[in-house]
Design a protein around this ligand. Sequence first.
Ligand SMILES: [Zn+2]
Ligand SMILES: [Zn+2]
Length: 191
Amino acid sequence: MARDMHFACRCGALAGTLRDMEPSAFTHIRCHCRDCRAAYTHLGHADPDAVGILQTSQDRVSIDRGGENLRVFRHSPRGALRWYATCCDTPLFYTPLKARLVHVGVNADVLSDDDDPGRVQAEGYVPDGKGGTRHKGAARMVGRMVPRMLSGNLSGSWRDTPFFADDGAPAVPPHVLTREQRAAALMGVKA
Ligand SMILES: [Zn+2]
Ligand SMILES: [Zn+2]
């Protein structure tokens, strides 16, 4: 059943909608990778250990108020775009740098309490207890993601997003963390 979901930053100044989130429109994952967690520590929050994420396509995201608070940083010159609300430093989304890749990860912890994203369908970078990591359900995750990317790219719906201008450039200039900022963010992430 298609339904809208709602999200907001912690202070509520920035809020928006994920439109038509039928079950095939998104994948609920948990990511244990250092970059997802360092997005929290960089913004002054505790290491979340793992981040719940709804992977979907960026045309489903609309910002209904407080869009002037949307900012973006990258952990490194090649890193994903890490979008957040500057009013209260809430991590909100990540996207690839290229709008045409048609992909966004929405942090599950910004969803309203009424919007249950359902069970976790895949997990990334799960510690294996031997110093390495492994993925669970990665084939399922990619299998759901790729058709969304292709159809969004072909249909042009990648343009219909708060994250990118029509020419595909990020809507807000990204700040690339300095080496010191990056080191400080990673220091807050437990091994
Ligand atoms: Zn806020
Ligand atoms: Zn991650």
